[in-house]
Design a protein around this ligand. Structure first.
Ligand code: AMP
Length: 279
C-alpha cells in the first residue's frame, strides 16, 4: 500500500492505472478509522480495481474551532487498518497541499443545504463540497463511496456532482453499528462511559420509529422518539425528524418513497448524528 502526501505524486501514480483502464474508487475520510470506514473500502473493492482512501481533516467544514482542534488523528493506526483492509493507496495531504492560498468557494447546493445539519453547522456543506471537489480533481475517480451515516452529506455531494456535471458515480453505503446499536463514529472516542450508555437512545428512538412505522401516525412516532431521547440524562436533542430523503423536508405522508428518520443530539460534550430508512 502506497502512502502519498502530494497531489502531483498521486496523479503520477494513478496515471499508469488510468492508461491500463483500471477502475478507480475513492473513499474520502477524516481518519480515526473504524469498521464503518473499513466497510466502505470493502464495498469499493467490489466495484473497482484500485481503491484510494484519503485521510484529511478538512478545516473549512468545521464550524467549531474546538471541534477541529480535538478531532482525533491516530495516523499510524489508520495506516495499519487500511493496510489490513487491502486498500491500494492512501492520500494524506497537509493542509497547505489542499489549500495553498486563500480561496472563495460557494456553490448552489439547493435548499436542503440549510436544513438539519446545515442549520446547526452553518456553511458546513460548502466546506465539505469544497474539499470533496478538490479530492475528486486530484484522484479523478470512476466511483466515490460515502456512508449513509452522513445522510445529508451524500445528498449534498450528489448535488455538487450534478452542479459540475462530474463524470463519476456516488455510492451510498450502509451504516455500520456497534453490537448495541450505536452508529460507529470517530467522535465516539470522546464519549465518557456514561455518555456512551446514554448515546444508545439515538438508535433506540430510530428503531422505535422503524418498528412502529406501519402502525402509528407520523406525529405520534415523532413524539415517542423525542420522549425516548429526552428521557436520557445528558442528551440534548438538536432535531429528530421524519423527512423526504430527497428534499429533507418533514414529511407525514407514509407513502412518500425514500422516507428517512434523522436525529442529531449532543451527548455530554459530543455531538452525534444517526438516521434510518423507513421504507
Ligand atoms: P468521516 O471520517 O467521519 O468523515 O467519514 C468518512 C466516511 O465514512 C463518510 O462517508 C462517512 O459517512 C462514512 N462513515 C462514517 N461512519 C460510518 C459508519 N458507522 N458506517 C458507515 N459509514 C460510515
Amino acid at each position: 500500500m502506497e502512502v502519498i502526501n502530494t497531489i502531483a505524486a498521486l496523479k503520477t501514480l494513478l496515471q499508469s492505472h488510468k492508461v491500463a483502464q483500471k477502475k478507480i474508487a475513492l473513499v474520502p475520510t477524516m481518519g480515526a478509522l473504524h469498521k464503518g470506514h473499513v466497510s466502505l473500502i470493502k464495498i469499493a473493492q467490489q466495484y473497482a480495481d484500485i481503491v484510494v482512501c484519503s485521510i484529511f481533516v478538512n478545516p473549512t467544514q468545521f464550524t467549531d474551532p474546538k471541534d477541529l482542534e480535538k478531532y482525533p488523528r491516530p495516523l499510524q493506526h489508520d495506516i495499519e487498518m487500511l493496510q489490513e483492509a487491502g486498500c491500494d493507496l492512501v492520500f494524506m495531504p497537509a493542509v497547505e497541499e489542499m489549500y495553498p492560498g486563500p480561496e472563495v468557494w460557494h456553490i448552489d447546493l439547493g435548499d436542503a443545504e440549510f436544513l438539519l445539519e446545515g442549520e446547526f453547522r452553518k456553511g458546513h456543506y460548502q466546506g465539505v463540497t469544497q474539499i470533496v471537489k478538490k479530492l475528486f480533481d486530484a484522484v479523478d475517480p470512476d466511483l466515490a463511496f460515502f456512508g449513509q451515516k452522513d445522510f445529508q452529506q451524500v445528498l449534498m455531494i450528489r448535488n455538487m456532482v450534478a452542479h459540475f456535471r462530474l463524470p463519476l458515480e456516488i455510492i451510498s453505503c450502509p451504516i455500520i453499528r456497534e453490537d448495541d446499536g450505536l452508529a460507529m463514529s470517530s467522535r465516539n472516542i470522546h464519549l465518557s462511559a456514561s455518555d456512551r450508555q446514554h448515546a444508545l437512545v439515538l438508535n433506540k428512538a430510530l428503531q422505535y420509529v422503524k418498528d412502529h412505522f406501519s402502525s402509528e401516525p407520523v406525529a405520534h412516532l415523532l413524539e415517542e422518539a423525542k420522549a425516548i431521547i429526552n428521557s436520557a440524562e445528558g442528551v440534548e436533542l438538536d432535531y429528530f425528524t421524519i423527512a423526504d430523503g430527497n428534499t429533507l423536508l418533514p414529511e407525514s405522508d407514509k407513502n412518500t418513497p425514500n422516507l428517512v428518520a434523522l436525529v442529531a443530539a449532543k451527548v455530554g460534550e459530543t455531538r452525534l448524528i444517526d438516521n434510518m430508512m423507513l421504507n
